[in-house]
Ligand binder design. Structure first.
Ligand code: ASP
Length: 398
């Protein structure tokens, strides 16, 4: 038999996992007790490497950019790319919600009670970017704070020059060793993915999914359109790459995102494929990807757009055009504020609903199937980061 590539092996793990999960549906407890720990092991392994990987590669990446002006330009382009693609994702979500009407004909369980997430003030958000203690930022794995500190350190190493060379070499070595660890962990990925998907399928049997099938289908069509049209066009025109080739190359990260439901847990793999398969230099990928995993979430934005309409439809509320515009704005912001961990998008959805006066109770209904929605949206979140890195890399080169 021909030796399978990593992406194929992960896919096989996923498919076998789905089958085993279906078989174990009558005994979800068995899946959770005996199979899930192998998935948790995979999650722990990749989480183990996130902080050293991001810190070291971002310091090296920043210190390798020839001048600060270029760094600033990449920064501005990155933010513009993130905002535009995210807003577009919400629009696609709204279109799908209007066309497919996923919430029509549904009624709500009565015991639902949910309170809204309070959005933090802009000043707090900005102040919070700067860690008062970088070691604590690392202990808490606070990505944005680690990013800010690493950029400072990288710039300072460049400015100091010769005497800081030893630091540069240290972080360079740490980054390389971290990449090696990621590669080693990836050997285990097919088993990890298998063990993560089995309990998910066993727990969320057809019984749970059927009532909300329309919402699930609407979301997945929306995600497919965003990937198939928006990303494909970006990859082809600005990224100068064949979209088919692109998706094949990044599929290991997409599959791991799909099963872990966490952009931040997928980050080491996202960085690995972006650098090794897409050939994006560290100076761009090590800056854009940790940032993207934290703030760039097109899948989550699209999901929040659809879900807002879904809730409106359940309660028979019709949303005006200007209310839908408000949703574009708040869902874009809410997705930026969403942490790259499982289920975070559902909590931030409360913010979107509040902004247009929709009842919070709709969330209780969505919560039952959120894991299934989370898999798809996280997959798109991570894909968007990789498209961004490729696009910025190619436009910088040109
Ligand atoms: N799970 C998503 C992610 O990590 C966030 C979300 O819940 O929308 O990208």
């Amino acid at each position: 038999m021909k030796k399978l590539g990593l992406a194929s092996r992960i896919l096989v793990g996923l498919l076998i996992g789905v089958v085993v999960g279906l078989i174990l549906q009558p005994f979800p407890q068995v899946a959770r007790t005996y199979i899930k720990p192998f998935g948790d092991l995979f999650l722990n392994l990749i989480r183990m490497i996130i902080v050293p990987l991001v810190l070291a590669s971002l310091v090296v990446g920043t210190a390798s950019v020839e001048n600060i002006r270029k760094l600033g330009r990449i920064g501005v382009k990155t933010i513009a790319y993130y905002l535009l693609t995210t807003a577009l994702a919400v629009v696609i979500g709204l279109i799908m919600g209007n066309l497919m009407q996923p919430g029509s004909g549904l009624t709500l369980p009565t015991d639902a009670k949910v309170t809204a997430a309070k959005p933090p003030s802009l000043v707090d958000v900005l102040l919070n970017l700067v860690p008062t203690n970088p070691i604590k930022a690392m202990v808490d794995a606070n990505m944005l704070q680690i990013i800010v500190f690493s950029i400072f350190l990288g710039i300072a190493i460049t400015l100091v020059g010769e005497r800081a060379k030893v630091l540069f070499n240290f972080f360079d070595g740490l980054a390389e060793a971290s990449y090696k660890i990621v590669r080693i962990i990836m050997w285990y990925a097919p088993i990890g993915v298998f063990a993560l998907i089995v309990p998910t399928v066993a727990t969320h049997g057809a019984k749970v999914l059927l009532p909300l099938l329309k919402l699930i289908i609407a979301l997945y069509i929306g995600l497919a359109i965003h990937a198939g049209v928006v990303y494909s066009l970006l990859v082809k025109t600005m990224g100068k790459m064949n979209p088919g080739e692109f998706f094949k190359k990044v599929s290991p990260a997409m599959l791991v995102a799909f099963t872990t439901c966490s952009s931040s847990a997928t980050l080491p793999i996202t960085m690995d494929v972006t650098e090794k398969e897409l050939n994006v230099p560290k100076s761009i990928s090590s800056f854009m990807l940790p940032l993207g995993a934290t703030i760039n979430m097109d899948g989550t934005a699209l999901y929040q757009g659809i879900c807002a309409l879904f809730v409106a439809q359940i309660f028979g509320i019709s949303l005006s055009f200007s209310q839908q515009l408000t949703i574009v704005l708040t869902a874009t912001l809410a997705s930026i504020g969403t942490a790259g961990v499982p289920g975070a998008g559902l909590i931030m959805l409360t913010m979107v609903l509040t902004s247009v006066g929709l009842p919070m109770e709709g969330i209780a209904l969505i919560a039952g199937v959120d894991r299934i929605l989370d898999m798809g949206r996280t997959c798109l979140n991570v894909t968007g980061d990789m498209v961004g890195a490729l696009v910025i890399h190619r436009t910088e080169k040109a």
